[in-house]
Design a protein around this ligand. Structure first.
Ligand SMILES: Cc1ncc(C[n+]2csc(CCOP(=O)(O)OP(=O)(O)O)c2C)c(N)n1
Ligand SMILES: [Mg+2]
Length: 343
């Protein structure tokens, strides 16, 4: 049942189905994630952002390409490398920045920080620090969509490290048995902290793990949003017509270290440069220029506008207050009178 290896790629090549608007959206959407996180990295150095901070730089085509393939009401869940996806979905960047700065105006009221972005309006269910923890949750969200007979699905992103967790296999098995409307996405950036995929298992073609559960599965060159869009759209169609889940392996790369304290000595400069040469933003930019949809100057103006927007986010974060200590026990459980917690 699994899709033939490389089929997604072939399809992307055949169809040049994307409009000027889509390319312009991808350009602006990916650039916002990039500039936002470059700034976040600087703020971390200044100790204006503390704690954990995992940057998504290099992986932006994964989020932007998926956004254009999905629709209103679809749900998202991911791991702790979670700044890019809410930005791609249209969450308020000011609130995401304020969350990074642990301010009360943050998207999780300043109580979640970098790893715990949530946005109910956008259907974004976090932001999870336990590797693989979000995978059964993603299946559960999809179960709710099926139970409530909606036409929506859940896209559940994870890193390559998560596929070695038992919960991943349990969730895939149940999701396939129950034909849940879920798209499992492995963002394979080659490493789980400093450990390469090759060092964790004999199975390095990660999409093949889905075949054990008879799940349609495919690899996707995710350094460009066209391929991502095509693969996600196909998986979404499958989910919406009631045929159940898909496992996609997005082949991507993070340009920065695992977190802010990682000098990334486990990989070579050459390897990093190979991916930078295929940068998704540069790729989309070249497509735009090639088709004369915008000039260099116009694209530069978009960049300038985004940089100013990011500065606004920083100002908003800096001027916002920290949460009041009385907030500490709020939002811990949905049920307000839940036992065990008393102030
Ligand atoms: C259950 C569990 N084990 C270990 C860790 C420590 N840890 C944090 S991130 C990480 C690496 C995960 O890598 P991957 O899933 O590839 O995601 P990436 O960081 O590459 O996006 C590990 C082992 C954890 N958070 N949770
Ligand atoms: Mg990884």
């Amino acid at each position: 049942m699994a899709a033939a290896k490389g089929s997604t790629k072939a399809k992307a090549k055949k169809e040049s189905k994307f409009s000027k608007e889509t390319y312009m959206f991808w350009y602006e959407n990916m650039l916002l994630q990039r500039r936002f996180e470059e700034k976040a990295g600087m703020l971390y150095g200044q100790q204006k952002i503390r704690g954990f901070c995992h940057l998504y730089i290099g992986q932006e085509a994964c989020s932007s390409g998926a956004v254009t393939a999905l629709k209103e009401g679809d749900k998202w869940i991911t791991a702790y490398r979670d700044h890019g996806q809410p930005l791609a979905l249209g969450s308020d960047p000011k609130k995401v920045m304020a969350e990074l700065m642990a301010k009360a105006t943050g998207i999780s009221k300043g109580k979640g920080g970098s790893m715990h972005m949530f946005d109910r309006e956008k259907g974004f269910f976090g932001g999870h620090g336990i590797v693989g923890g979000q995978v059964p949750l993603g299946a559960g969200i999809a179960f709710a969509e099926k139970y409530n007979k909606t036409d929506n699905l859940c896209i559940c992103m994870m890193g390559d490290g998560a596929v070695r967790q038992g919960a991943f296999h349990e969730a895939l098995n149940m999701a396939m048995t129950w034909k849940l409307p879920v798209i499992f996405v492995i963002e394979n950036n080659g490493y789980a902290m400093g450990t390469s995929v090759q060092r964790t298992s004999n199975v390095t073609e990660l999409y093949t793990l889905g075949e054990a559960y008879d799940m349609p599965s495919a690899p996707v060159d995710a350094m460009n949003p066209e391929n991502v869009h095509v693969a996600v759209e196909e998986a979404a169609d499958r989910a919406r017509r009631g045929d159940g889940p898909t496992l996609l392996e997005f082949r991507t790369y993070r340009y920065k270290g695992h977190s802010m304290s990682d000098p990334a000595k486990y990989r070579t400069k050459e390897e990093l440069n190979e991916y930078k040469d295929r940068d998704p933003i540069e790729y989309v930019k070249s497509k735009i220029l090639e088709n004369k949809w915008a000039t260099e100057k116009e694209l530069k103006e978009i960049d300038t506008k985004i940089k100013a927007q990011v500065e606004e986010c920083v100002k908003f974060g800096e001027e916002s207050p920290y949460p009041d200590p009385s907030e500490a026990y709020k939002d811990v459980y949905v049920q307000e009178d839940y036992p065990f917690i008393t102030e």
